[in-house]
Ligand binder design. Structure first.
Ligand SMILES: [Zn+2]
Length: 275
């Protein structure tokens, strides 16, 4: 065999491997992962940490379980400040995160790589710009998300909010809503949408955001956690929490906003709560 033929064979094999890795490896690995049954003890953790799981119809429970399996297999969990990440923590975080994708696509989280869990709220030094001046401030945080595929959570906040049915706060949904917002490359409160849906979203959310800021400015009771009025990205994240945690309240207060979120997440938490 001539050296040219050997080279051609190696080149062909290399290209075939590259094509497999780029286009098929991920789905092949996921199919293999889903051949394992969902562990019974994980289902027990799901029931105790993700209240909405019990309201889902069987078909959606199954999809959620599959997404949780992939999430736990693919994402790296790290405990910080001595916190021990166990299966209950993994299932709780994955369970809430995947509520956002259960009717969308699990591929929405392809860029999420790691989840850092602190035992309690944690302090960070953050730089803040005020005109030409950049200062450093100490901040206390319950969670954060980065466009580089990292989510940070305070476990005490997950337990006191996310895991309590009807609690207004759910830090896990909040931070993973930011991850969906990053999908189109900008944290602007508008997740990837196209055509008429994008136009309607823009119109509805702009009116609602202005309404929220206006009520807060005039010291009136607001229909959403005031943190949602700090910027459009936070508006979307806080709306997501309220959509899943207090759907009836959101629907009564802002039916058009509720409809936009229902169309985006392709799920109706208020109907699930009634059924
Ligand atoms: Zn946020």
């Amino acid at each position: 065999m001539s050296s040219a033929t050997v080279f051609a064979l190696f080149a062909t094999a290399f290209i075939a491997l590259a094509i497999f890795y780029l286009f098929f490896y991920r789905s092949w690995r996921r199919e293999r992962e889903l051949k394992h049954p969902f562990p019974k003890v994980w289902r027990k953790h799901l029931r105790s940490t993700v209240p909405l799981y019990c309201q889902l119809p069987k078909r959606l429970q199954k999809i959620l379980e599959q997404q949780i399996q992939l999430f736990i297999a693919e994402k790296n969990f790290y405990g910080c400040d001595g916190f021990e990440v166990n299966d209950r923590v993994r299932v709780a975080v994955a369970g809430h995160a995947c509520l956002l994708t259960v009717m969308r696509s699990y591929a929405d989280y392809d860029e999420v790589r790691s989840i850092l869990v602190y035992p309690d709220v944690y302090r960070v030094q953050a730089s803040e710009r005020d005109g030409m001046v950049v200062g450093v401030s100490n901040q206390v945080r319950a969670g954060e998300a980065s466009s580089l595929g990292q989510v940070v959570l305070a476990w005490s906040e997950c337990e006191s909010g996310a895991m309590q049915a009807k609690s207004p706060h759910n830090v896990i949904l909040h931070e993973f809503a930011h991850q969906l917002d990053y999908l189109d490359g900008s944290a602007d409160g508008a997740p990837p949408l196209s055509g008429d849906q994008a136009k309607e979203w823009q119109q509805t959310m702009t009116i609602a955001y202005d309404d929220l800021r206006h009520s807060l400015k005039h010291h009136r009771n607001s229909w959403l956690d005031p943190y949602g009025a700090t910027k459009p990205a936070e508006f979307f994240a806080v709306l997501t929490e309220t959509f899943y945690q207090q759907p009836q309240h959101l629907r009564e207060q802002q039916p058009a906003v509720y409809d936009q979120l229902r169309a985006f997440y392709k799920i109706d938490p208020e109907e699930l709560a009634r059924s």
